[in-house]
Write a protein that binds this ligand. Structure first.
Ligand code: GLC
Ligand code: MG
Length: 425
């Protein structure tokens, strides 16, 4: 949060399962479209917040499976755990707030008396969250009785039903909505209240996100019955909440356009990237565009390949150097020549490339350093490189794109390292 000097232009607070992540899209196309849009147009001055029902264990598992960006803030366990940054530093202040009228032992004791409730896995039982499965037909009755019994035992809890099967018991002050309100207050106190906030969700535990003042909301097309019902009963005439016509992350992009929150065209939707010219220099956009080209190149999806390569060469400085994670150095021009060897080598191999946390910083009037993580996925296997690129605008027009001077990569610890001595970026 500290990296922004002033108010974020946009704060997106998105649920993960069936909202940011489409489990019915094996190609992951909608999230990849969102990723390209976010990194090219929003990352530098906006905030990305993931708000999930998952515990840290299941959240980290999902990150390994899907091409997910790194959020600035992660809210887990249905708004009971807030963490910041890559290192996921917990917000201790928030934990304090949740201890009021809450006793985990009493919750366990009372819920164990219901034969309709089946405990979820051990990983999903948290200090301020007890989670179960319950059949749709029995949920309402169980919620009512359980709530009465917990009141009688002196607790003040919130019971939430999601996805037509999950039942969570939380402290009254917890939940995704309360966590968002807490973050808004924190940002406001620091003089950084976002200019716009967009909440995105699909199921019951997301409903309260849409009740926070000044928040735009999108229920993705594939929203669950319980969320649509909540909307019909509570927020039907609120123009700030829409039910998207598109699924998952595509519905989020749709909402950005609908509410006019900023650019809503993802570079992934641009077929001929050499045609996408800008009227100003934009280092983040250049990086996103280059790696999209790289993906298409290796998937054998680039038409007019010769033209492309010569264009690429013309935007690389003849004295430019690429430092491979293995430490080997080559000239950028050699690397471009070598690209011919990998044209189409990932065809039909479920190959994708995306960039995460693209942060440009300007060195002087015509030079930028751009730092980011580059990820490649082939089938199930993910491989990441920390990448630093130096680009220059000296002697070129914005429509020609920036000149690449230097590219330096190192492996991201813990990811599979390619033992082949690849040339590629
Ligand atoms: C996630 C969590 C689960 C919770 C559900 C609904 O699936 O893993 O514990 O019940 O979200 O909030
Ligand atoms: Mg969901």
């Amino acid at each position: 949060m500290d990296r922004l000097a002033s108010s974020p232009r946009l704060m997106i607070v998105s649920d993960l399962d069936h909202t940011m992540v489409d489990h019915h899209d094996p190609e992951n196309l909608s999230i990849l479209r969102f990723n390209a849009l976010w990194e090219a147009k929003y990352r530098h001055d906006s905030l990305l917040v993931f708000s999930t029902g998952r515990s840290p264990v299941l959240y980290k598992q999902l990150r390994k499976e899907k091409p997910m960006l790194t959020p600035d803030i992660t809210i887990m366990s249905v708004g009971t755990e807030i963490t910041y940054g890559d290192d996921m530093v917990p917000d201790e202040g928030w934990v304090e707030c949740l201890n009021q009228k809450w006793d985990r032992n009493i919750v366990s004791e009372e819920t164990s008396k219901f034969s309709e409730l089946t405990m979820q896995s051990e990983t999903e039982q948290r200090q301020h969250k007890a989670s179960f499965y319950v059949e749709k037909g029995k949920a309402q009755e169980v919620m009512k009785t359980l709530s009465e019994r917990l009141v009688n035992r002196g607790l003040d809890v919130k019971i939430i039903y999601s996805g037509g099967m999950d039942l969570d018991v939380l402290p009254q002050g917890a939940g995704k909505g309360q966590a968002l309100a807490y973050l808004h207050k924190k940002l406001k106190d620091a003089g950084k209240l976002p200019k716009n906030t967009l909440a995105c969700g699909d199921s019951g535990n997301d409903a309260e996100l849409f009740t926070i003042p000044d928040v735009h909301g999108v229920m993705v097309q594939n929203a669950q019955e319980e969320l649509l019902q909540w909307h019909a009963e509570n927020a039907k005439n609120n123009p700030k909440i829409i039910h998207a016509t598109e699924r998952c992350a595509a519905g989020i992009i749709e909402a950005i356009g609908h509410f006019k929150l900023g650019p809503n065209i993802s570079s992934r939707d641009v077929t001929d990237l050499s045609d996408a010219k800008l009227d100003h220099f934009d280092p983040a956009y250049e990086v996103v565009k280059f790696y999209l080209f790289f993906e298409r190149w290796r998937r054998a999806e680039v038409e007019n390949a010769e033209v492309y390569l010569s264009n690429l060469k013309s935007v690389c400085s003849p004295s430019g150097v690429f430092v491979h994670p293995s430490g080997v150095e080559r000239s950028l021009h050699d690397c471009i020549d070598k690209l011919k060897d990998c044209c189409g080598d990932k065809k039909d191999k479920k190959y994708r490339v995306w960039v995460d946390q693209v942060f440009p910083s300007q060195l002087d009037s015509d030079t930028w350093i751009v730092k980011f993580k580059k990820w490649e996925q082939t089938g199930e296997e993910q491989q990441g490189c920390l990448t630093t690129v130096k680009v220059s605008s000296k002697g070129v027009k914005p429509s020609e794109g920036l000149t690449w001077l230097h590219v330096h990569q190192t492996w991201i610890a813990g990811t599979t390292q390619n033992t082949r001595n690849d040339w590629f970026f």
